[in-house]
Ligand binder design. Structure first.
Ligand code: CP
Ligand code: NVA
Length: 311
């Protein structure tokens, strides 16, 4: 069986990413009358086991991958790292081989990119990045799907804006997506929190660019979508009080929303903090609940991509 990993959008061809989105669209449409746990008619992953492991908290990724594999006819098992021998000295290499013996795919949320790479080295089944310090690819691919579903046009025709930390996992994946899907991306962030030079170099290498603004108002002007994310990410190690202070002028509020296009939408991967006001988050431009449920559909197609079963 040909298998594919899904670790970073940067490593996946644009046409494969497009195929995942198209497949998700078809599958979502075909499920309109089905219940949450009903299996898709073709049951393409019947008999397959997805093992998922979370080294960090997760609500949405955990639930959406569970539903995704179930709807494809397979099953999921969730592991807690502290219950495994891995935490007590069994090697990662042996653990990876054992996971490959019992399961058919492995979804990992980790606090270390190095660990993701190590698992990739030893595992013999597809591995999916369910969030690492450097990327959150399943989230962002699903967000592209949501934007196109709502806007009814390819994302390459839209202007996307991110306000917040310019150097976290979600924006890294959004930057990667902006290159793969060729959309315009404005980033509004304090000087100290600009995207890291490695990813900017990669953007340049691909002959693309992102627009970085220190004033969030400039970033928001005339855009179709405004994203933000928590100021403090799960893997943040620095001074949190100081960081929150640095972002005090970067809250997405109705003033910021009013600078975007009239029909602009607001997205947030959740969980949220104070980076968005209640009135924006709960307001009519916010599409966060649709954004959250779409993860199920896109992750189904990501799983099919990993099993080389995309039509
Ligand atoms: N957006 C997201 O990944 O949510 P969880 O951390 O709850 O999985
Ligand atoms: N940037 C956030 C995303 C949470 C889904 C974090 O890493 O905590």
């Amino acid at each position: 069986m040909i298998m594919k990993h899904f670790i970073s959008l940067k490593e996946i061809q644009a046409k494969e990413l497009r195929k995942i989105i198209s497949d998700a669209k078809i599958r979502k449409r075909k499920r309109k009358k089905l219940n949450t746990l009903d299996v898709d008619k073709d049951s393409p992953l019947k008999g397959k086991l997805l093992i998922q492991m979370f080294e960090k908290s997760s609500t949405r990724t955990r639930l959406s991958f569970y539903l995704a594999i179930k709807q494809l006819g397979g099953s999921a098992l969730t592991l807690r790292p502290d219950e495994l021998h891995l935490a007590k000295g069994e090697t990662l290499a042996d653990t990876a081989k054992i996971l490959s013996t019992y399961g058919n795919a492995f979804m990992l949320r980790t606090d270390s990119d190095k660990k993701m790479e190590e698992f990739k080295k030893y595992i013999r089944i597809p591995i999916i990045n369910g969030l690492s310090p450097s990327a959150h690819p399943t989230q962002v691919l699903s967000d592209i799907f949501t934007i196109e579903e709502i806007k009814k046009k390819p994302i390459s025709k839209l202007n996307i804006c991110w306000i917040g930390d310019g150097n976290n996992n979600v924006i890294n994946s959004l930057i990667a997506a902006s290159v793969k899907f060729s959309f315009s991306l404005n980033i509004g962030c304090p000087k100290k929190y600009k995207p890291n030079t490695r990813i900017l170099r990669w953007v340049k290498m691909n002959k693309k660019r992102v627009n970085i603004f220190v004033d969030p108002k400039d970033a928001a002007k005339n855009v179709d979508v405004i994203f933000t994310d928590k100021v403090i990410s799960m893997n943040d190690k620095g001074n949190k009080i100081k960081k929150l202070k640095d972002f005090k002028n970067y809250q997405v509020n109705s003033r910021i929303m009013s600078l975007a296009k009239k029909n602009a939408i607001f997205l947030h991967c959740l969980p949220r903090g104070k980076e968005v006001t209640d009135s924006v988050f709960l307001g009519s431009q916010s599409k966060v609940w649709q954004q959250a449920i779409n993860r199920v559909y896109v992750q189904k197609s990501i799983l099919l991509y990993c099993f080389n079963k995309l039509r």
